[in-house]
Write a protein that binds this ligand. Structure first.
Ligand code: NAD
Length: 363
């Protein structure tokens, strides 16, 4: 849609008030670009709890109830179980609301197309937020690599290790829909959290032309199979290759204020390397970014490497974008489909024994 600036704060509603609300809300607190007018969740307790943050906002049990009310809404922050994304996002675009949707966008290409069509038909913006693109150590890594400080890129490596000890409490209700997703073949490490890793790969080095994957399965409890051990590799259109290994260290304690994921990104150049040592958790407590070149190691000690800050900055970016049209959306609905295709190509490759799959050719 053509950009239309708001000459007043954006009137926003939170749709879904569960675990991740606690971080998404940071872009809204004290932000003059927005007025939070409504809070929506079928869970009465959650509505009461979050009302304390926004005493002037009205509360509703569903998006339909909000749409039927006299509350005027410009944009919504959709923080819902993934299975609900396609239906509720299409519904909300139909109400004439812009949507800032949490990842993963959805589980298949048909649902993605349904959402894109709804955005087009209603002339509204669908953004699929990607907070990792706002994580300062990753932004600095990208700048460092693009500056040529480590020389021409020869390859890179991403690492995820999930653990179960440490971190914040995640309510059982937040796990239940994840377990349903796992049973549908959209596991929490490759697809849900993994969405971020695939997104950073595209953001760092551009379109993907081939994916080769070996996705494992580990039984960790009644009815719960984790999608590890997994190795996914790929080649960008530029020729740069990436590899990502995912494991679970079930008994490892990981200090974290949020989820217990130990993560790394390491880009190798002809003259050295640049490595982000952590993100969600606080595994390696050295500087969050280290750059080695020409026999010298440089550590970045003063970056804002609190993972929650990436939610704050992503949310502010969205609201600034709506008000002033500044910068790329990161991500638009169409760009998010590229991330979905990347994930689906990994599943297709693994199912076929690790053969190369071009994400653009998936139907
Ligand atoms: N960016 C990240 O790093 C990150 C991290 C965690 C979760 N997420 C994503 O955020 C989304 C939400 O995850 P969560 O962990 O907060 O889940 P959650 O289960 O804790 O919260 C979801 C909330 O939605 C509510 N809900 C259910 N049906 C609804 C409906 N029809 N209308 C309105 N509300 C409804 C539930 O009552 C619940 O309060 C998911 O897409 C998830 O993948 C992203």
């Amino acid at each position: 849609m053509p950009f239309v600036a708001y000459d007043r704060p954006v009137r926003a509603a939170f749709i879904g008030l569960g675990r991740i609300y606690d971080l998404n809300v940071r872009g809204y607190v004290g932000n003059g670009d927005v007025e939070v007018v409504a809070l929506v969740d079928p869970d009465e307790q959650r509505r009461a709890q979050r009302q304390a943050d926004w005493p002037a906002a009205r509360t509703f049990a569903s998006a339909a109830e909000l749409a039927d009310s006299d509350v005027q809404v410009d944009a919504v922050e959709a923080l819902l179980p993934v299975q609900l994304h396609a239906d509720i996002v299409a519904e909300m675009l139909g109400y004439g609301w812009h949507v800032n949707l949490q990842k993963p966008m959805c589980s298949d290409l048909l649902d993605a197309q349904r959402m894109l069509d709804a955005a087009k038909a209603n002339d509204r913006v669908l953004r699929v937020m990607e907070n990792y693109l706002f994580y300062q150590p990753l932004i600095r890594l990208k700048e460092t690599v693009e500056s040529g400080a480590v020389g021409n890129v020869v390859g890179y490596h991403i690492k995820t290790v999930g653990s179960t000890y440490g971190g914040w409490d995640v309510p059982l209700s937040s796990w239940l829909w994840q377990w349903e997703q796992m049973k549908r073949g959209r596991g929490i490490l490759v697809f849900d959290d993994g969405w971020h890793k695939l997104a950073t790969a595209i953001w760092l080095f551009g379109p993907i032309k081939e994916v080769r994957a070996w996705i494992g399965s580990t039984h960790v409890g009644p009815d719960v199979e984790l999608d590890v051990p997994t190795v996914i590799s790929w080649e960008h259109a530029s020729g740069v290759r990436g590899v990502w290994d995912i494991n679970v260290a079930i008994d490892m304690y990981l200090r974290s204020d949020y989820y217990t994921n130990d993560e790394r990104w390491e880009v190798t150049g002809q003259r050295g390397f640049a490595r982000v040592n952590r993100c969600t958790g606080r595994g390696i407590q050295q500087p969050s970014l280290e750059v080695y070149a020409d026999g010298e190691m440089r550590g970045y000690h003063a970056l804002d490497d609190d993972w929650a800050s990436s939610f704050r900055d992503s949310g502010k970016h969205w609201l600034r974008w709506l008000r002033r049209g500044e910068g790329p959306l990161l991500w638009s609905g169409h760009e998010a489909v590229d991330v979905l295709r990347f994930a689906l190509a990994a599943y297709a490759s693994s199912a076929a024994g690790g053969v190369g799959v071009n994400p653009a050719q998936l139907t």
